[in-house]
Design a protein around this ligand. Structure first.
Ligand SMILES: Cc1cc2nc3c(=O)[nH]c(=O)nc-3n(C[C@H](O)[C@H](O)[C@H](O)COP(=O)(O)O)c2cc1C
Length: 187
């Protein structure tokens, strides 16, 4: 099984990437799945113009990105809160793909420097993912005061409590990934 973690902040000095690093280390150290940290900062995508399936000459970058999402059995979206919503960089890549998203077990991790852990972005992100046919996993993970909760390498300040939360979250995602795999095998 294979998990893609989408780190969606492309801001210089971003903090939410720390949470993406934490998930990558956690999954790899416990051999829960293969793990690919998909860093949108590395792509520098232009503002969305058209869906991949309607592009005549998609760039290598777009094809490379789409392939990473298509290959994943499950996705973790690391979503920072910007003014009560999620960043344009994330909307860009959700709108870009189609079949790659369909039925894909996906967990949402919201992040902010404020006290509410980015929870305010959930209604808008959930609605968009639902419209795309994504299988959003019923697991909650909100990170408040991220700059204090994780260091730059993704090491949590409180490893015991954070590890338990991360284990619960990845367990639920893994359950959905397994369930989908079995359903696809039976088809
Ligand atoms: C444009 C913008 C808007 C933001 N709005 C909020 C907000 O509404 N509430 C909040 O708690 N933090 C807000 N923040 C702080 C981010 O949550 C914070 O930067 C956090 O580290 C996650 O984003 P990052 O990964 O880009 O750093 C905002 C940051 C930016 C850049």
């Amino acid at each position: 099984m294979h998990i893609a973690i989408i780190s969606s902040s492309i801001r210089p000095g971003r903090n939410s990437h720390r949470v993406g690093l934490h998930f990558k280390h956690f999954i790899e150290e416990r051999h829960l799945a293969g793990c690919d940290l998909v860093d949108l900062q590395e792509y520098n995508f232009p503002v969305f113009e058209e869906r991949l399936r309607f592009m005549e000459n998609p760039s290598e970058q777009i094809l490379h990105f789409a392939d990473r999402i298509a290959k994943a059995d499950g996705v973790i979206v690391i979503a920072p809160e910007y003014n009560g919503g999620y960043p344009a960089s994330l909307k860009n890549i959700i709108d870009l793909l189609s079949s790659e998203w369909k039925g894909k077990p996906t967990g949402i991790v919201t992040v902010s420097t404020g006290p509410y852990g980015g929870a305010l972005l959930l209604p808008s992100l959930l609605f968009t993912l639902w419209k795309k046919g994504v299988w959003v996993v019923n697991a909650r993970y909100h990170v408040s005061n991220v700059q204090e909760a994780f260091d730059e390498n993704g090491t949590p300040k409180d490893p015991a409590v954070t590890g338990k939360r991360t284990a619960d979250f990845t367990d639920q995602l893994h359950w959905s990934m397994e369930a989908r795999r079995k359903m696809l095998e039976d088809q």
